[in-house]
Design a protein around this ligand. Structure first.
Ligand SMILES: [Zn+2]
Length: 67
């Protein structure tokens, strides 16, 4: 199992993403360009993963600021 968790609080805020996998792969990204790069890395990891995991779970947590 590989997980990708993206937190995008909304406009004008910094998104963050976490990627992790049962094989021990761990990555975190802060900022839109890095988050986009992490998403790409995460999807490529499925092919590179030593466990050859085929299950990919992506969760997106979009929080709207009330301010
Ligand atoms: Zn892996």
């Amino acid at each position: 199992m590989a997980w990708l968790h993206i937190v995008a609080p909304g406009r004008g805020t910094t998104p963050t993403a976490s990627s992790w996998c049962e094989c021990g792969h761990r990555a975190r990204a802060v900022g839109r360009p890095r988050v986009l790069a992490l998403i790409d890395t995460h999807h490529r990891h499925r092919d590179a993963c030593p466990l050859r995991t085929t299950t990919d779970t992506t969760t997106t947590d979009e929080r709207r600021s009330a301010a």
